[in-house]
Design a protein around this ligand. Sequence first.
Ligand SMILES: NC(=O)C1=CN([C@@H]2O[C@H](COP(=O)(O)OP(=O)(O)OC[C@H]3O[C@@H](n4cnc5c(N)ncnc54)[C@H](O)[C@@H]3O)[C@@H](O)[C@H]2O)[C@@H](O)CC1
Ligand SMILES: Nc1ncnc2c1ncn2[C@@H]1O[C@H](COP(=O)(O)OP(=O)(O)O)[C@@H](O)[C@H]1O
Length: 536
Amino acid sequence: MLRRILPLPDLGAPEDGATARPLPLHGAAASRRLEQTAAATLPPHALMERAGTAVARLARAWRPHARHVQVLAGGGNNGGDGLLAAARLCQAGFGERVEVWWLGCEERLPPDARWALAQARAAGVALIGEPPAAEPDLVIDALFGLGLDRPLQGAALAALRWLQACPAPTLCVDLPSGLDADHGHWWADTPPQPAGPRLTLALLTLKPGLFTGLGRAAAGAAIWFDDLGADAAAAPPDAWLALPGGWPHAARQRADHASHKGRRGDVLVLGGVPPAAHEGVGMTGAALLAGRAALRAGAGRVWVGLPAPAHAIPAVDAVQPALMLRTAAAALDGDLPQRAAVVAGCGGGKALAPLLPALLARAPRLVLDADALGALGAVAAADDGTDWRARLHARAARGWTTVLTPHPLEAARLLGGDVAAVQRRRLEAAQALAEATRAIVVLKGSGTVVAAPDATPRIVASGSGWLATAGSGDVLAGLLGARLATLPADAGTEATVTAVTEAVAAHGALPAAWPHGALPAAWPHGWLPTASDLLP
Ligand SMILES: NC(=O)C1=CN([C@@H]2O[C@H](COP(=O)(O)OP(=O)(O)OC[C@H]3O[C@@H](n4cnc5c(N)ncnc54)[C@H](O)[C@@H]3O)[C@@H](O)[C@H]2O)[C@@H](O)CC1
Ligand SMILES: Nc1ncnc2c1ncn2[C@@H]1O[C@H](COP(=O)(O)OP(=O)(O)O)[C@@H](O)[C@H]1O
């Protein structure tokens, strides 16, 4: 069945507050197992027939008036899908010219693709061995799919360069050529983002690489999916695709007449050094953004504790006077860290390090963001010498929740590697950090990964480049605090990971809530949104 995965539908606020069910993602190995299972019960070439037909159908629906369709087909089964789509388009009398730039070698074709080549020839499809002379109206990219497993060179690289530079609308078959199915790694020296409009039709399975790393940039604005009749449950997924919805659920809260602020959860944000207290270097805004986001997401009460003496604390946040500002020392004096969800980081600078040992020992629900992640390494020195990992393990053993929200550089530092290694294997990096710390890890960036120990990682489907602006991570931290604040103490790991994923998904959906899904139309031309604009 053909369905659209991205862009996400406007989910609104579901009546029951339910989160949309996550979709299974299968990497290359699992996809091949599913393919074998499905093919075993079907007549020869049935899967390729279905795949090629689905490609042809979507091509016609997307660009019904295309006259010159250019298929770019490689020498494997991905090329076979392209050849068959060309055959079906030709047979249907679509357009004026359906042509295949074919890079295959007849002697080395796999059986399905050999059959598809015969179908294309029988249908009268023109085969060429070089770039088309004129710019086509529609390109079908069937150069590489699942099988791409090494850097592109020679003729294949030249074809990919043509493809990426081509301004014509392009439909990618299964995966954008150049993209690795498992990790979203890009195998070529070209930019992954194409020059022209693009959509991708995933076949048989949804692959993790489409949704994280460089996958979103390469796949284009829309990702469609046809399972070709295969049963995804026949192989365990390598990851889940988490969709937004279900939280925050303002409508439901409003309907709750008997509610009061004490029921909506308390959040304590620790961070935001004021310039007056730190030699003119201030980051107060980061903590205020987190606090405002927590309030907007429904937290009943939000405190912001700034690591500074009383005279340096701002009297009020003029944007959200409901925020309770105080010194970090005052915020930590009493039982607030025990009963509130604590968000530490957010512009806390070096001043956070001395606060961390107490937080790790006292706060059952703790989000460690930005500077708090940077300060973890100094925890042992600031206290009794116990390593930070051991402290996180001890928290997990008590059933306490710790959420780490690194961006790739912070994750690389925590793992002791480099950013390139993290980005090349985002799922594995997030999982490794979760296993090493027994914490829930939110690895930020395009296709944010949520990983927990002993669990299948999730990739969050929402989010876009509009979030790549200073302070948007602070907004996420605030949303996480608000989400954890209402979670029952005995929620359990599965429910906690789901809650964390909901908060990340809600954050990613914020720009989509703007008019037209991107820039507010009324804004002066050329202005870009900032983190404050993420909050209503
Ligand atoms: N067999 C079938 O019936 C079906 C096949 N399907 C299609 O088949 C695709 C997988 O086909 P293949 O496994 O043949 O793989 P591909 O067609 O993606 O790749 C073909 C060949 O390219 C080679 N290759 C890898 N990296 C290369 C590089 N950098 N430079 C040059 N050559 C390179 C590989 O060794 C492989 O043999 C899927 O992505 C999907 O499009 C699906 O439609 C499902 C049905
Ligand atoms: N290209 C992108 N696609 C999706 N999300 C992104 C992208 N770039 C940034 N983000 C999101 O924006 C937020 C940025 O957080 P972070 O890097 O901590 O920035 P800051 O510290 O300035 O707030 C994260 O939630 C991240 O996942």
